[in-house]
Design a protein around this ligand. Sequence first.
Ligand SMILES: Cc1ncc(COP(=O)(O)O)c(C=O)c1O
Length: 388
Amino acid sequence: MLLPIYSRPALTIDQGEGCYVWDTAGRRYLDFITGIGVNALGHCHPRITRVIQEQAARCLHTSNLYHHAYQAPLAERLTTWSGGLSRVFFGNSGGEAIEAALKAAKAYGTAHGSGKFQLVSIEGSFHGRTMGALSVTGQQKYRQPFQPLVPGVTFVPANRIDALRAAVTDDTAAIVVEVIQGENGIYPMSEEFLQEVRRLADFHDALWIADEIQCGLGRTGWRFAYQQFSGLLPDIVVTAKPLAAGIPLSAAILNEKAVAAIGKGQHGTTFGGGPLACRVALEVLDIIEELLPNIRETGAYLHERLVQLQGKFPLITEVRGIGMMAGIQLRALAHGVVNSAMEQGLLINCTHDTAIRLLPPFIATKADVDQAMETLTAVCVEMPAPAV
Ligand SMILES: Cc1ncc(COP(=O)(O)O)c(C=O)c1O
């Protein structure tokens, strides 16, 4: 028996190809949630399948006792993508990469003054389920049963510059921010807010940790979401989800300042950054690079179509996001829409009670968007009219 922690619909996925998956009865679904953003290249991308097959026949695991051919080139590629960071730690999941970032921040704080261990995070954020990641997750429902967590964390409301200024002090080791909050219903931080995060981090000698686990690696049409805004560079960028197309892999990308206080043996992992995952990730980044124009163009079309949908149905109060990342705010509970969409062959999900999330694959075309909109329109027509 499994731990009863997931609520799943009666859908057993058997196989996938491109933007589609099939259930065990052979029914086809358009996949616009993509394993919560992991299957960003769609299912069974032929270039990824080939690389996995080749590497599986060559070497699956080396541990971090030795070098292999793909870790350093991948680190090099990620630092280039970051636009100025220089060091990489590889883990297996988003939560692990957040832990690495938090440990770097703690070590930095310890090296820069007594009492400099405070962390500032954002209300509504989600950073993972490990104890450190949970400690900076700004949603009480996830944190409550597991208290006491890591001490010294202050939460400020999203995009509230005054609250941010009041929270960050010389005792702050790091400010942790998702550039676009994913689990909170695709909720973007404003450019002004992010510029202030950068300014305050510099002023108080703290690190800015950007959690790009959901919004990074091309999803917005930019390599990283913070790159939409000129001159913004975090001290640590954390990435995971689509990095190795479903083979577990995450990365914390750091600047020299952030790693200076961490010595040999102070952090590590058995599985993280193995040859299979790193080789696949190199191929993934090549493919994402090629898909950036499509993400921007089809993403813009998706948002245009969603705004049209909002115009037709009072059920929808707001559409948020950019690129292949969209949140639809409803005036009613969202699970009815999600279930009905699934029955009609479209996979999406709700991030909380009244918000729907779409994370379409980067290979999606305008025709795929049209198909999703047709299904969503049919679903909205069926929904009881909300009290406005
Ligand atoms: C923004 C963000 N940070 C961290 C995590 C945690 O990642 P993982 O579930 O791989 O540990 C997630 C997962 O959804 C996420 O969306």
